[in-house]
Design a protein around this ligand. Structure first.
Ligand SMILES: *Cc1c(COP(=O)(O)O)cnc(C)c1O
Length: 358
């Protein structure tokens, strides 16, 4: 069998959830498990997040799967519902919904006479990201309509999402817009993604919504996840399946993107972009062979990539390779490849078998 595999470490998930609680001790934690738990597998990952106060997902089917699996916590649809049918199903299974636009508000008002169970709503303000949410000057009117709607429970939560919690601009302007737009209201508040959990305690409030930090990757480019005390949850591993002995001047792989200056040994690793490894990873991207750091060479192909064995004379066919995980942070591979850990974790291909440990 091909050696490429991903491992999900539940103990690391539990640990990272405890890190969220250390940073935001007074907040409830809505663990964000959208995108199949950031590529880890929804029901594979949630056993490590059982202590979360709720889960945030994108699709109704994900929320229903969690209910069916016995999770009784708050389950929030982060983009709300897309049809009246979804609204009915959400109400029936006590799934909370974001309401971010006029269409959703109307859908609720129109469905109200038929809804047997009212729903919990998270009302979203657009505080400057300009993606989802009511503008601050339309927010109170939306809240009043929710308050008057029999389909909506009284435990409404007021929320927004930050565009720059992860960089030097921070959350202050958006937080100010949100707090001014909700002044005098006494509803619970939910604002903070991972970056705000880690960097902006003024934004913690009642519900924090961490995603990436739960998986042990960093929300802040250039700051290692380990420096926040986070542990990697996913390890992507494979093996060396061939070794090439290059002579000076010989090249590697498609496009001959690497030329040997001297005689050297090169490992061929059974992992490529069809497994989710980024094709944009340049020469020099970190990779671990038998636990030792090395670097990729040449262009990543569909099923294979190359790694430098110049300083690893013991390594050969069958040597263990870590593409990312404990020794090579996923963020290091992402940074070299011009992307973020989020994208690499989410992009692990369906053909890669997963194993759960811890
Ligand atoms: C994805 C998402 C989060 C989590 O963001 P991270 O950066 O992964 O912590 C929080 N809130 C909303 C609305 C989201 O869509």
């Amino acid at each position: 069998m091909r050696a490429t595999q991903a491992t999900v470490n539940l103990a690391a998930l539990r640990h990272n959830l405890s890190v969220v609680r250390q940073y935001a001790p007074h907040s409830k934690v809505l663990a964000v498990v959208k995108a199949d738990a950031y590529g880890h597998g929804l029901l594979r990952a949630t056993p490590g997040l059982e202590d979360a106060d709720g889960f945030g997902v994108l699709r109704l089917s994900e929320a229903l799967a969690l209910r069916e699996a016995g999770y009784s916590q708050t389950l929030l649809l982060l983009e709300g519902v897309f049809s009246a049918d979804e609204l009915m199903a959400a109400a029936e299974h006590a799934i909370s919904i974001v309401v971010h636009n006029e269409q959703q508000l109307q859908m609720l008002e129109q469905a109200a006479p038929q809804l047997q169970h009212p729903l919990q709503v998270f009302l979203k303000m657009n505080s400057g990201m300009n993606r989802l949410g009511f503008r601050p000057d339309a927010f109170l009117a939306a809240l009043e309509r929710l308050g008057a709607c029999s389909a909506v429970k009284s435990d409404i939560v007021l929320m927004t999402h930050f565009a720059t919690a992860d960089d030097e601009r921070g959350v202050a302007p958006a937080l100010d817009i949100f707090l001014r737009g909700t002044a005098g209201l006494s509803y619970p508040i939910s604002l903070a993604n991972s970056a705000a959990v880690l960097r902006h305690s003024t934004a913690h409030h009642d519900w924090v919504r961490p995603g990436i930090m739960l998986y042990g990757a960093s929300p802040v480019t250039g700051v290692a996840a380990a420096s926040y005390g986070l542990q990697p949850v996913m390890q992507l591993t494979s093996e060396v399946i061939a070794v090439q002995e290059l002579k000076a001047g010989e090249t590697l792989g498609y496009g001959a993107r690497f030329t040997a200056e001297d005689e050297m040994r090169v490992a061929v690793v059974a992992c490529g972009y069809a497994d989710g490894y980024p094709r944009h990873a340049p020469n020099g991207t970190p990779i671990a062979i038998d636990g030792r750091i090395s670097q990729t060479l040449g262009r990543v192909s569909m099923d294979m990539l190359f790694a430098d064995l110049r300083h690893l004379p013991q390594a050969g066919v069958g040597s263990k390779v870590e593409l990312w995980g404990q020794t090579v942070p996923v963020d290091a591979v992402a940074e070299a490849s011009g992307t973020v850990g989020y994208e690499l974790l989410c992009a692990v291909a369906p053909r890669v078998p997963f194993k759960v440990v811890g």
